[in-house]
Design a protein around this ligand. Sequence first.
Ligand code: AMP
Length: 137
Amino acid sequence: MSYDSDNIFAKILREEIPCIKVYEDDSTLAFMDIMPQANGHTLVIPKEPAVDLLELTDAAAADLILKVKKVARAVKQGLQAEAITIFQLNGAAAGQTVPHIHFHVLPGSIVEAKRHASISADAEVLASYAEKIKSAL
Ligand code: AMP
């Protein structure tokens, strides 16, 4: 599948639409999921344009997983989460709704999580979780 540079995460990377940022470096951006499946649900995306993990270059994939670990540690510590679920969907048939590769970092259990990409959260509430995560980075 060819990369659509008008997808919502590409727009976030170009700062055309806002996000509640928790981490950024030269290759990576992490921000709060606006329809969180649990409090503190965070997304980690590479800046390299790629639809899914299979299309991401090996170098970017290797870098990205280290950033996912870094953010996951901060989510766990910052939110005092007992456990962390990390997941990543490849293709619409897998449930992927945004065609720019991203990892989900979810405090707690996927089994008890809310429905995927369905209920928007209040921006102030998301920002309060972002602050706690940032303080643990
Ligand atoms: P996926 O279905 O794996 O592609 O996940 C996309 C995720 O992006 C979902 O969990 C959505 O809730 C989330 N999402 C969609 N639009 C935005 C946005 N503008 N800012 C932050 N998260 C978003």
